[in-house]
Design a protein around this ligand. Sequence first.
Ligand SMILES: [Zn+2]
Length: 151
Amino acid sequence: MHPLDPALLGIVEEMKESGGHWQPCTGCYDTEDGHPTQRYDYSPALQTDIGCGCHECGGLGAVWWHMTDEQVADFVTICEEVDTEHELKMRIVRLEASLRRFRRAYVNLMEIGRDRIISFGGSCDPVDVMEASDPELQLIDAALAATEGQV
Ligand SMILES: [Zn+2]
């Protein structure tokens, strides 16, 4: 291809302005696991390797790629959705941690209460029995199990 071909004028500028680029045509540029299967020419004008040329690329060996405004907007939306999802996950992790801490403190209070009762000569169920029959603890365990937290 002649470097002064008028068809090539403005290509570099367009790449800069639109953020698009030329890439090897999939119709005539064979790759395996992301690597070209043979040695292809590099086009300094298009700034990409080029295939041998086929009907898909009009014989050029490369195709123009750029994101439309709509595609960019879609991409931004997807990123925001991922962020929201991540934020929700982090909130759940934080809630689970608080709940587990609260659960330990609650059981600890049971132990303290039991020790006092016994020290005053009273009788009291063992802590594991109280733990197993306590409706609040059952609720906490169910909530943690539902969010796949470890009790
Ligand atoms: Zn092609």
